[in-house]
Design a protein around this ligand. Structure first.
Ligand SMILES: [Mg+2]
Length: 279
């Protein structure tokens, strides 16, 4: 059994890491996370932290990780907001692409950094795309503007389908998916979702990192996003039981991961054996 796991791990050229429930919970870093990243760095293995949360920018996440003692480069992190920008630039190569954004200032700044012109007023400027994110600064005016644009036929993109976002203390607040359901009810139009579990974000990553999908492993704690996305796209899926999924859930759910580990620390222990062994 142990050898099987090492054999699967030996095929991985790029590790995608979910964040909440996989490397930390809220503000508490899991044991082994720092060592895991260090080991990958020492062995020149590619890795990418992946988050569907588009309310914060990649800089916000780099700072959060740094506070926890994990120092990574900007290229080692991808938010669904960044993936949306990369996707948009890949389907529309015009130099000036404009978007109306139902999202936080952080998301708007992130999109601008990719050269997307973020429109302030739909009355005064032309809009090529509507982008909806996890908008913790949502106003009724933004919903109204979004409805007008959707009715006009402006393409409707959304960063992530999550219905809720967990807060520390067990509360849940409406996420991008819930905002989109409101817009869908009002316009009868569905958005194109970019973040997990969409295959779009996998295509973005595979191209961006130049790694075949069969050599990418997704490590995460959610069967219906992390593991489903990996399995649907011919990737290796690694479930950790440190977040919201229990072993009993795995038995009940149709989606089965390639490998199951209790925590990131256990993956680290196996990788340590693997990398020392092949050296
Ligand atoms: Mg998670």
């Amino acid at each position: 059994m142990g050898n099987n796991k090492l054999e699967v791990l030996s095929k991985v050229d790029l590790f995608l890491l979910d964040m909440d429930g996989t490397i930390y919970l809220g503000d508490r870093l899991f044991e082994g996370s720092r060592e895991f990243v260090q080991l990958l760095k020492e062995n020149n293995k590619e890795f990418l932290f992946l988050t569907n949360n588009s309310s914060k920018s990649s800089d916000d996440y780099l700072k959060k990780l740094s506070k926890m003692g994990i120092e990574i480069a900007k290229e080692n992190l991808l938010t669904s907001g960044q993936a949306t920008a990369i996707y948009l630039k890949s389907i529309d190569q015009r130099s000036a692409v404009s978007a109306y954004v139902v999202g936080t200032q952080s998301l708007k700044d992130e999109l601008k950094s990719f050269g997307i012109n973020v429109v302030g007023s739909i009355e005064k400027e032309d809009v090529d795309y509507l982008i909806v994110g996890f908008d913790t600064e949502l106003t009724y005016k933004k919903l109204l503007d979004a409805c007008k644009l959707i009715r006009k036929g402006v393409p409707f993109l959304a960063t992530n389908p999550d219905l809720v976002c967990p807060l520390d203390g067990g509360e849940y607040i409406p996420d991008c998916g819930s905002i989109c359901i409101m817009l869908e009810n009002a316009t009868k139009k569905k958005p194109l979702f970019i973040g997990k579990p969409s295959s779009i974000i996998v295509d973005v990553i595979s191209k961006f990192k130049n790694v075949e999908k069969s050599k990418i492993a997704m490590i995460g704690d959610r069967l219906y996003t992390d593991i489903k996305m990996a399995n649907d796209n011919g990737m290796i899926s690694i479930l950790v039981l440190s977040g919201e999924t229990t072993y009993e859930d795995v038995e009940k759910f149709q989606v089965k991961p390639t490998l199951i580990y209790n925590s990131i620390k256990d993956i680290y222990e196996d990788l340590k054996i693997l990398y020392r062994g092949v050296k």
